[in-house]
Write a protein that binds this ligand. Structure first.
Ligand SMILES: [Zn+2]
Ligand SMILES: [Zn+2]
Length: 97
């Protein structure tokens, strides 16, 4: 018994809204150009796929080593704000001495 599931994917036309914030564009182009027509953003280095450009841009920092989010306490750099905030908790915990 085989169940054949037809993988017809309907291309959803999503309304893409442009984000107005200016992000520092890395020197290298993170996006594999040929995937643009599929509305997929594929990392040009490790070919990881993203459906949002912003996610790819954030991911691409692992390749460029860019760490724009600095801890105000110890000046350590982080690639994402979340990582920085997560790290910052250790300072809040240790300041309770
Ligand atoms: Zn990558
Ligand atoms: Zn710190």
């Amino acid at each position: 018994m085989f169940i054949c599931r037809d993988g017809t994917s309907s291309a959803e036309s999503k309304v893409s809204h442009f984000s107005l914030f200016q992000s520092k564009t890395p020197v290298m182009n993170p996006i594999v150009e040929e995937y643009k027509q599929f509305r997929q953003f594929v990392c040009s280095i490790c070919h990881k796929k993203f459906n949002q450009k912003a996610n790819l841009v954030v991911h691409f920092r692992v390749h460029t080593g860019e760490r724009p989010f600095k801890c105000l306490v110890c000046n350590k750099g982080f690639s994402t704000k979340q990582n920085m905030l997560k790290h910052h908790i250790i300072h809040e915990l240790s300041s309770n001495q």
